[in-house]
Design a protein around this ligand. Structure first.
Ligand code: FAD
Length: 510
């Protein structure tokens, strides 16, 4: 059962009727046991691109997309979690309600390098028919410039909120003129080269600075990088500083600035192509039952079912971060190159904390015109970055080793740094109210504080340039792996684009 474009558009204005919910249910219930499907696990950018590529070619098997969260989009878009105990019908009703359509949450596209967004826009559009693009336009309408400024600004936050442009001119409390010059020299593109790369801290450039300059610049550089300088090669520091300086005052591509959720529009396109896009369905185990068996058995924890569901996959594509793959597969099933990289690199996680309604809650000391959606907040004292998201959320994040993210103490420490950064923006009563989920003041409701851990890739050891890989085959011949596996780098889109291209080619072969 598929819905027509008009059905979907009316859902948006009226919310779903009972018939629409029933139709949605029939589009999004698990595939019948025993029918072998091609299964994509993970509905982030990689899973979305792959599902669009595979569903635009003639199909040899039904296509199923499994996503453990309530919505597709992965790290690019994230819908809020559902309350426990809801049924699939209630979840669909909530997801397609008028209110939910307006709401996505971060870490989201506002934090991406605009170049990456342009690449993703181009690739997503290429995979949509004219009619689908038209549908997407009406379902998610672009914001007008009046509603939404398109220029991204970075503010450095210490006691004052200093626009990056002002800090780089050397006329603020954030940076002296000499420090600003050092940052600008580091950001020079001609200096970025992985050749003759060495540890940044041992480089002639860094050692040529005075001890005081090094001490003063280290917190800012480490905040921009997301990890410590001592483990980082010169080229990685230079690219991070280059991206940081360049993305300030850059235009956010309009395509991503919509009045409602783009990832939901894309999910509808997939459903209307007959793809079974199952959200809240997490792969927990995949195995080949006998040697040389043609199909793989996968177990799926469907939030709405009491026991794990079993499905048969003709082909299996894992579009999830490698460290997540390791939670569901033995390491031998990775490609040897992936396995080697996993052994050598330390995975990272982001601790992400968010609050809603920043417009209502902002401190009076902060000039309102410096705070617009898309503004990035860089807080070197706390080693934390943040952003004012276009949906009204205020988010702060810091990265920690994945292993540390398993220990409550380390997560608490990172969380406290994020909260301290948030306190530069929100007043103490607002923060307390958000933590206790009560109204901050008459007429002001600040969304409850939400904390999540997001995998972001692999840490880089000393003297090793950013690795990339398009190795997509896994140990069983009909298993593949796509996505941003290894890097926490500005250009991780390269891995996503290359790997989804390669996986689609291989999956379409027979
Ligand atoms: C703050 C921030 C800034 C970034 N900036 C940039 C940038 O400027 N440029 C750039 O190129 N990249 C950037 N990135 C990286 C970018 O987010 C990723 O490259 C991209 O989103 C990766 O997409 P993906 O599909 O590989 O993974 P994800 O987006 O992580 O998608 C994986 C999906 O799989 C789901 N999943 C996981 N395990 C399972 C399971 N067992 N079963 C079912 N589903 C599962 C997850 O819920 C998730 O939705 C940034 C990331 C962050 C966090």
């Amino acid at each position: 059962m598929t819905l027509t474009t008009d059905d979907w558009l009316s859902l948006q204005s009226t919310g779903p009727s009972e018939t629409a919910v029933q139709n949605l249910l029939s589009c999004s219930s698990p595939a019948a046991e025993g029918i072998a499907a091609d299964v994509i696990v993970g509905g982030g950018l990689a899973g979305l691109l792959l599902a669009l590529k595979l569903s635009s070619a003639p199909s040899k098997a039904p296509l199923v997309l499994l996503e453990s969260r309530p919505s597709l989009g992965g790290r690019l878009f994230q819908a809020p979690p559902l309350s426990p105990g809801v049924s699939r019908a209630e979840a669909l009703r909530a997801q397609f309600s008028h209110e939910a359509l307006q709401h996505c949450s971060g870490p989201g596209f506002e934090l991406f390098d605009p170049l990456a967004l342009e690449v993703y826009e181009r690739h997503l559009r290429m995979l949509l028919t004219d009619a689908e693009q038209e549908f997407l336009e009406s379902f998610t309408k672009e914001r007008t410039p009046a509603e939404q400024p398109f220029t991204r600004r970075t503010l450095l936050v210490r006691k004052e909120f200093t626009p990056l442009t002002e800090a780089l001119s050397g006329s603020s409390e954030m940076l002296t003129r000499k420090e600003a010059d050092i940052l600008l020299q580091l950001a020079q593109p001609e200096n970025i080269s992985p050749e003759n790369d060495g540890a940044f801290e041992a480089s002639a450039f860094w050692q040529g600075l005075s001890k005081a300059q090094r001490e003063s610049l280290t917190p800012l550089l480490e905040t921009v990088l997301g990890w410590t300088l001592d483990r980082t090669p010169v080229s990685v520091v230079r690219s991070a500083v280059h991206a940081f300086v360049k993305s300030n005052e850059s235009e956010v591509p309009k395509w991503f600035l919509r009045t409602s959720r783009l990832e939901l529009g894309l999910e509808i396109v997939l459903l209307s192509r007959g793809v079974r896009a199952l959200t809240q369905a997490e792969l927990v185990r995949a195995f080949v039952p006998e040697k040389k068996a043609e199909a793989t058995l996968i177990q799926v924890a469907d939030m709405f079912a009491r026991t794990p569901q079993q499905m048969t996959a003709r082909k299996l594509a894992l579009a999830i971060p490698l460290m997540r793959s390791l939670a569901v597969l033995p390491r031998e099933q990775l490609h040897p190159q992936q396995s080697r990289l996993v052994s050598r690199h330390r995975p990272r996680s982001l601790v992400w904390v968010e609050y809603g309604n920043w417009k209502q809650a902002q401190l009076s000391t902060v000039a309102a015109d410096t705070l617009v959606p898309g503004t990035r907040l860089v807080c070197p004292v706390e080693r934390v970055q943040g952003a004012l998201l276009s949906n009204g959320q205020l988010g702060f994040y810091t990265s920690i080793d994945f292993e540390d993210s398993l220990h409550a103490q380390s997560v608490r420490e990172a969380l406290n740094r994020c909260r301290k950064a948030a306190l530069r923006f929100l007043s103490e009563p607002h923060m307390k109210a958000a933590q206790q989920a009560r109204p901050a003041a008459p007429g002001i409701t600040l969304m409850r504080e939400r904390i999540s851990l997001v995998p972001v890739g692999y840490n880089l050891p000393r003297n090793e340039a950013v690795p990339t890989t398009t190795e997509v085959k896994m140990a069983p011949g009909n298993w593949f792996s796509a996505g941003d596996h290894f890097t926490f780098a500005a250009e991780s889109w390269r891995n996503v684009i290359d790997s989804t291209h390669d996986v689609a080619q291989l999956m379409l072969k027979n």
